[in-house]
Design a protein around this ligand. Structure first.
Ligand code: HEC
Length: 161
């Protein structure tokens, strides 16, 4: 083998190993960041099951996205409930679900048929369970940060920290 060929071979090897190392490093970083689903719940298995039944029974997902899923038949522009517990606490959620007119708490610009219905008529323990479960739905910090940064860039047209 000529000297020039040897040098090229060695350089190529160094490059390949370097790229592999970099890729490995990147992969490790992204798992540390867990870039899959940014939402989680800290509810007990029992509460998740009970609240899950209520959410199915009252068809909250016919309007809301939850567990990053939503029913495909209707396209109501309701806020997603994933991570809602990072925004609202249990008392607020209980009061909201118990309000005879939820639009007094959160004003709505939607047509009446798409607005949040009142669940004041549900038994109190069901409202409590729903509120407790919703409060357990959290969003991971890094996602909140990325969302804020994206929002800030969109609003200001500049790159935000
Ligand atoms: C008919 C569609 C519809 C259904 C069914 C529905 N919601 Fe809503 N919900 C909305 C809309 C729309 C809003 C935003 C406020 C508004 O426009 O009235 C909302 C708001 C909320 C909020 C406040 C979100 C925030 O940003 O603070 C919570 C919590 C909530 N809903 C929970 C529920 C739960 C729990 C159920 C089932 C028991 C449910 N919703 C069923 C349409 C719906």
């Amino acid at each position: 083998m000529k000297r020039g060929e040897k040098t090229i071979l060695i350089l190529t090897l160094v490059l390949v190993v370097g790229l592999m190392g970099w890729n490995f490093h990147r992969q490790r970083e992204s798992t540390a960041n867990d870039s899959s689903i940014p939402f989680y719940s800290n509810a007990s298995a029992e509460l998740s099951r009970e609240a899950g039944e209520l959410i199915r029974k009252y068809e909250c997902r016919s309007c809301h996205t939850l567990w990053t899923l939503r029913d495909m038949l209707r396209a109501v522009p309701a806020p997603a409930l994933d991570g809602i517990g990072s925004l609202r606490d249990r008392e607020w959620l209980f009061a909201y679900l118990s309000a005879p007119n939820p639009q007094e708490i959160l004003p709505s610009r939607l047509k009446k048929e798409f607005q949040m219905p009142s669940y004041a008529g549900l038994p109190e323990d069901e409202r409590r369970r729903l509120a407790e479960y919703l409060a357990s739905l959290q969003v991971k910090d890094w996602y909140l940060k990325e969302t804020r940064t994206a929002e800030c860039s969109a609003l200001t047209g500049e790159s935000c920290p």
